[in-house]
Write a protein that binds this ligand. Structure first.
Ligand code: ZN
Length: 105
């Protein structure tokens, strides 16, 4: 189980960087981009050989998603094949209600 900062900055060749960085990182270890308040988070949950990766908008959502996915996987309820959505309805509702984190970082 892990939550990491996800770098989606476009590189010179037009492809996103997609590098995961430690939560306390100030900039991307690969491309050197500084993480702004618009940073994204990658949630990686691995249970019983199943692995689920999600990209979310903030750390609060990341933690919720992490525990939700983990619970679903443990109960065998998570449909990996059909679960392509990028966010939970609850997470979407939270967007905007949560003060931006990392401001001034
Ligand atoms: Zn990067």
């Amino acid at each position: 189980m892990a939550i990491q900062i996800y770098c989606d900055r476009k590189l010179e060749d037009g492809k996103p960087c997609k590098t995961s960085n430690a939560l306390n990182a100030k900039k991307c270890s690969r491309c050197g981009a500084e993480f702004s308040r618009e940073r994204k988070y990658r949630v990686c949950v691995s249970v019983k050989g199943l692995r689920v990766n999600r990209i979310v908008q903030n750390l609060t959502i990341a933690r919720e998603v992490e525990s939700t996915i983990k619970g679903d996987l443990v109960r065998g309820e998570y449909d990996v094949k059909h679960h392509k959505v990028d966010r939970y309805p609850d997470a979407e509702r939270c967007l905007g209600a949560i003060p931006a984190m990392g401001q001034g970082a």
